[in-house]
Ligand binder design. Structure first.
Ligand SMILES: [Fe+2]
Length: 199
């Protein structure tokens, strides 16, 4: 006898990736012009590209000329943090990467941070997407996956690096890019922590 099965599923332990459109901000052009005054260097995680990471002039978003942009990102991170049950997140560090065609970002995480993000201040068709590795895969030792196109079974989630898009994510989540095919794809990246974590 055929029997109807009633099923329900609980979406346990989801990992939201925040996507915010800041494309209408005039500060994107300001930031893109301003970074040309900054020096950059090679970075092992960005082969083929240049980065301001760890250069001693400090955090790009702490430049007073980018105060308005920083406040917008503060707001974005606050909305994201609230969605995840976090509060009082403050900016600790920010930097930028300039990626010519053929460059990429290798998989990495942002240590000593809680919430991180990327704002694309120069991007367009051909720009490499940002992908996130599925962190549950290392625990799944015996699954024979037939369909890799579900949110549970895919090995990565990919988000297009559209111009003006701000992608916000947990700092512990591994991410990187494929090979870039857009001239000087430029991103400002940032780290936030709870204010009580600052000693
Ligand atoms: Fe990153």
């Amino acid at each position: 006898m055929e029997r109807n099965i009633t099923a329900s599923f609980v979406e346990a332990f989801a990992i939201p990736l925040g996507i915010f459109d800041l494309g209408d901000l005039p500060e994107l052009t300001l930031a893109n012009d301003l970074i040309k005054e900054y020096s950059t260097q090679d970075h092992a995680l960005v082969p083929g590209g240049k980065s301001s990471w760890n250069i001693d002039y400090g955090s790009i978003l702490h430049n007073p000329k980018l105060q308005d942009l920083k406040e917008q990102i503060d707001e974005v991170v606050s909305v994201y943090g609230e969605h995840l049950g976090m509060s009082d997140l403050i900016l600790t560090n920010s930097w930028f990467n300039v990626m010519p065609k053929g460059s990429e970002v290798l998989p990495h995480r942002h240590e000593r941070a809680s919430v991180s993000g990327a704002l694309y201040i120069n991007s367009g068709i051909g720009a490499s997407s940002l992908y996130f590795s599925n962190p549950t895969m290392i625990y799944r030792m015996a699954e024979e996956i037939k369909n890799h196109n579900t949110v549970y079974s895919s090995s990565a989630a990919s988000i297009e690096a559209k111009h003006g898009r701000c992608i916000v994510f947990p700092s512990w989540l591994e991410h990187g890019t494929s090979i870039n095919d857009y001239t000087d794809r430029t991103v400002i990246s940032f780290n936030y922590v709870n204010k009580n974590s600052i000693t």
